[in-house]
Design a protein around this ligand. Sequence first.
Ligand SMILES: Cc1cc2nc3c(=O)[nH]c(=O)nc-3n(C[C@H](O)[C@H](O)[C@H](O)COP(=O)(O)O)c2cc1C
Ligand code: SF4
Length: 430
Amino acid sequence: MTLTPVLTKRFGTDQPWKIENYERLDGYAGLRKAFTMEPDELITLVKESNLRGRGGAGFPTGMKWSFIPQNDSKPHYVVVNGDEGEPGTCRDLPLMMNDPHSLVEGVIIACYAVRANKAFIYIRGEAVHAIRRVTAAVEHARAKGYLGHNILGTGFKCDIVVHAGAGAYECGEETALLDSLEGRRGQPRLKPPFPATNGLYDAPTVVNNVGSLASVPYIVLGGSDWFKEMGPERSPGPNIYSLSGRIKNPGQYEAPMGTTLRELLDLAGGMSRGKDVKFWTPGGSSTPLFTVEHLDTPLDFDSAVKAGSMNGTSAMMIFDEDDCVVRAAKKWSEFYEHESCGKCTPCREGTYWYVGIYERLEAGHGTLEDLDTLLDLGDNILGRSFCALGDGAVSPVTSSIKFFRDEYLAHINGKGCPFSPQGVALAGAH
Ligand SMILES: Cc1cc2nc3c(=O)[nH]c(=O)nc-3n(C[C@H](O)[C@H](O)[C@H](O)COP(=O)(O)O)c2cc1C
Ligand code: SF4
């Protein structure tokens, strides 16, 4: 597979986070070009590029921008979602560390397009290194006239505030993020109304993922046709895939949308223990599991759904034959139980029940009735929760039962886990 990096082209170059180095490699050229266009032209360009939000849901970015009302009297805001809490996901932080100005440039272009004069970059609080790096990038951009009252002499004014979250997965949900940014507890808002009309401080707001906005300068410079050359027409563009688990070289790999796990495994040096893939997440733990049968499924928004899962955050956690799927589902359920914000009953109680049942299964006290209860809980959480965290919690449970029911039965009939905690099959596991 041939790769021409776009989003990561500056990674590994000499101090790419410095503004002078960024400028040397096309930095802020997209912004200069954007200022030669009308805001509406930019929205049309991003629409035509078919860029889809990299935050998980794959919503078309240009369409989202077009929902911002024009000629109203309210201020408009752009809010960047840099919370990156989805298990296995690690691409926004490396991007902010290596190339913070690509994000800053994308944010200014977005502000110009939707007529916003203020943007907020919300980064999870634990990522102090990224908060410092992006804060410095914003200061340097301001000092060079890319932010402020009269940007590059155009008369357009815009500034960016970097905000540190407190480290809650739920604060990545866009409306919970807005509440958190306003100083309230991070719980989701009822939708509609949507942020496009009633977002931050009840004003029209675009909420976009780091990767979505960092893609924008390249689209402005390269054009929508160039962008659509990478990957499938309806889900195109360069993408950063996060690979972790039983592979030789875990890390971030840039490849066009629609790349398969088989191709990504080649880039990552293959499986670390020489064993076959057993199960994997295509887009973080909130997306239904795939198995060895899905190695050739193109990983883009539409193809992943067609194959029974979702592209999500393009975070692949890869497990081999000797890893216990029940233990993995237990760990993920513990995560969701811990991160459930408690606002709605199906998620708050359902994730608590999930964990209790998994503890019984692992301890060898599970029953066939427990297996039915896991599925029944899924029916009551999915589609009945207030936000998508509840739906995400169901994904690893129901998909693992769908593909590996026998392994659940082995826990029940064999009175415990047939694998060691380190992921080694005990006698009779296969
Ligand atoms: C529980 C939960 C956590 C989320 N965490 C993130 C996150 O960390 N980063 C992100 O960009 N989107 C996250 N999202 C998705 C956002 O709600 C929203 O769809 C996204 O920020 C929109 O940006 P995009 O259109 O550029 O993808 C999360 C959603 C849910 C339900
Ligand atoms: S699904 Fe309900 S309890 Fe779970 S995080 Fe969302 S609002 Fe909170």
